[in-house]
Design a protein around this ligand. Structure first.
Ligand SMILES: C[S@@+](CC[C@H](N)C(=O)[O-])C[C@H]1O[C@@H](n2cnc3c(N)ncnc32)[C@H](O)[C@@H]1O
Length: 311
């Protein structure tokens, strides 16, 4: 289950995240703990590291396999609740918040989780078993308009109409239950002789929908403002243009004083900047990193520093 690859954008992550070597750091997306362990190795023994993951198997894995010299706390929780989770375990302020969004390679490689079209498995795709609607339920019962919107919006797929129609035809005759079944329906519905990229985009779109990834990200970003200490850092790695846009716009908004419409003669909003953006544009991996680790492809890192005290 361990990843043989170096964590994505590791040096840049540590460079932007660490502002004190003895603070409290929150890794919201623990996975197999690659970034978490490297962070611990860069901090003093009296630092505290908190690791969250919505996937209980990631938490079990890290509990069994990660020993660090600092105090570590692993919590099976969605980062959409990060403020409440931190309060519950006794931390009201942290010095760094890190998110490496998306899916871990060990979840992707497990056929029973249904994330991959490379293996046949049940159409599940939930990070957490507590999520009520899995991919099978979504594919077989969502209205046609919802399927189409999800494929267009989250998959950025131009053949979404054709694919939606094919799924709707198939599900009227039999339940779509497996990843192979779905991949075949997609392949047979499109004119392209190279369906892999299209299948991958549709699987990604379903995963984002099932796990409410966009809603969770928005909630986590807004709560980060409340628990980051002054000088604390927010570092986010995203792999999808929608997520990157949300992170970019959030950091831009929170680093701006007045956000009134430009034609207002005087400020009515009283909005004050909370962040200083540390990365002028997104930080991306080198060609060398991508050739050593294809997972790094498409990664974009953005970082900000909190410039005010706690709200
Ligand atoms: C790309 S992996 C992280 C890899 C990790 N940085 C490492 O070095 O091993 C993303 C992880 O975030 C988790 N995750 C995704 N969305 C989440 C959410 N809303 N709340 C908590 N965990 C989430 C996934 O279950 C997955 O384990």
């Amino acid at each position: 289950m361990t990843s043989i690859h170096k964590p994505v954008l590791l040096e840049k992550t540590l460079k932007y995240l660490i502002n004190t070597k003895q603070g409290v750091y929150l890794d919201c997306t623990l996975g197999t703990g690659g970034h978490f362990k490297a962070l611990a190795n860069s901090l003093k023994p009296n630092a505290v590291l908190i690791g969250l993951d919505a996937d209980p198997s990631a938490i079990d894995y890290c509990k069994q396999n990660i020993q660090i010299q600092q105090k570590s706390i692993f919590v099976n929780s969605n980062f959409a609740d990060l403020q409440r989770t931190c309060f519950r375990i006794g931390y009201t302020r942290v010095n760094g918040i890190f998110m490496d969004l998306g899916l871990s390679s060990f979840a992707l490689d497990n056929p029973n989780r249904g994330f991959s079209y490379n293996h046949d498995g049940p159409l599940d795709m939930r990070f957490s078993p507590e999520t009520t609607e899995n991919a099978e339920a979504f594919i077989n019962s969502a209205p046609v308009s919802t399927l189409n919107r999800v494929f267009k919006e989250y998959g950025e797929e131009k053949h979404s109409n054709l694919i939606t129609k094919a799924i709707d035809r198939e599900r009227k005759s039999q339940q779509i239950k497996t990843t192979r079944q779905l991949a075949n329906i997609i392949t047979n519905s499109i004119p392209s002789p190279f369906p892999i990229k299209i299948i991958s985009r549709i699987f990604q779109a379903i995963r984002i929908y099932v796990n409410k990834e966009i809603e969770s990200l928005k909630k986590a970003l807004s709560q980060s403002l409340n628990i980051l200490d002054k000088n604390g850092r927010l570092v986010v790695i995203s792999y999808h243009s929608i997520e990157d846009r949300i992170v970019k716009q959030f950091m831009k908004l929170e680093s701006t004083d007045c956000i009134c419409p430009p034609d207002f003669p005087i400020c009515q909003c009283n909005h004050k900047a909370t962040f200083d953006i540390l990365t002028k544009g997104p930080i991306t991996p080198t060609i060398e990193e991508i050739s050593n680790n294809s997972r790094a492809r498409g990664a974009k890192l953005r970082a900000s520093k909190k410039i005010t005290g706690n709200k």
